[in-house]
Write a new protein. Structure first.
Length: 318
């Protein structure tokens, strides 16, 4: 009787084990895609070649970009702050980093270059000419042969207008530099281009006022103005080029980042689809095993190769 009871208990255990196995087979198994992906990264790498190239391009462009937007955002990121100075810095930073603001500065720089060029031409043409007082002093009524633009009231008004207009532009650039210093701090001027640009703006502003109100001689004032304005022209041209390049780089970086987000979303969708396909394959494999109709690996591989060749040939012909 004991042996019969032991046998019945063993049969009971075996039957329960068989039922558990059947239940496990009938229920869809959890996908082993993570294990397969970790063991064989060639199936689907964590980073595709396109993502690697895009990330490299973004890193290179961020190094080239002179605005260093990331550093500025890091400096002005203020969390849960009620300090009005920090809040004003954050608002100013948002304004100064807008593309419209940079385009307006570039527009003003181009206007300033035109003004400087006109002033240079007028100074070059009128500097050899004698004024009325000089003609009386030298007791002559004839201008020099090198004089192409004699002194007149219209010329004086034109030069005065160009002076005030240039000073107005310089004041705008000075305000821009002061706002950048207040917003971003000294770290903004670790870039040599910004530092040189700021020095030239302040120097040009001071020297413009000095040469105009310093009661210097006309010839001396013209010669000094030519030197200063030529230097100003070169530096402001560099400033305009730097701003335009940085804006283009920022736009390119934004577009590439958007493309990278799309690629990451597509990658996630592909991973989900592959996981679902893996579950389906496991389910169908279990059904074939139960029915005893599961083909061997050689048969599956030969069938796949055959279909692959047929599809490749049809694609070539089409």
């Amino acid at each position: 009787m004991d042996t019969i009871g032991m046998k019945s208990s063993k049969d009971l255990i075996n039957s329960t084990n068989l039922d558990e196995k059947r239940m496990k087979k009938s229920i869809l198994k959890e996908s082993k895609w993570k294990i397969i992906r970790e063991s064989n990264p060639r199936i689907l790498p964590r980073l595709s070649q396109g993502e690697i190239k895009l990330s490299n391009i973004i890193e290179e462009l961020q190094k080239i970009s002179t605005d260093e937007k990331g550093k500025k955002d890091e400096e002005i990121s203020i969390k849960n702050s009620s300090n009005w100075i920090e809040i004003s810095r954050r608002r100013l930073a948002h304004l100064l980093l807008l593309p419209k603001f940079h385009y307006s500065i570039i527009f003003l720089v181009i206007i300033d270059l035109i003004v400087v060029l006109i002033d240079l031409v007028l100074a070059q043409l009128s500097s050899p000419c004698l004024t009325d007082n000089e003609m009386l002093e030298y007791n002559t009524t004839h201008q020099r042969d090198s004089c192409f633009l004699p002194y007149s009231l219209s010329l004086s008004r034109g030069e005065l207008f160009l002076f005030y207009f240039s000073v107005l532009l310089l004041i705008i650039f000075v305000i821009e530099i002061l706002l950048s210093f207040y917003t971003f701090g000294l770290r903004h001027y670790t870039n040599p281009l910004y530092l040189i640009d700021s020095l030239i703006v302040f120097t040009s502003f001071v020297m413009e006022l000095y040469f105009h109100y310093g009661h210097l001689g006309r010839a001396g004032r013209a010669a000094a103005a030519i030197v200063v304005l030529r230097l100003w022209k070169i530096v402001r041209a560099i400033h305009a080029v730097v701003h335009s390049i940085s804006l283009k780089n920022r736009i390119i970086i934004k577009k590439i980042q958007e493309a990278q987000i799309i690629i990451e979303q597509e990658k996630e969708m592909t991973e989900k689809m592959l996981q679902k396909q893996d579950i389906k394959v496991e389910y169908l494999t279990n059904l074939l095993k139960i029915n005893g109709k599961l083909p061997s690996n050689e048969q599956i591989n030969s069938h796949v190769e055959k279909l692959w060749r047929q599809r490749s040939q049809s694609e070539i012909l089409s």
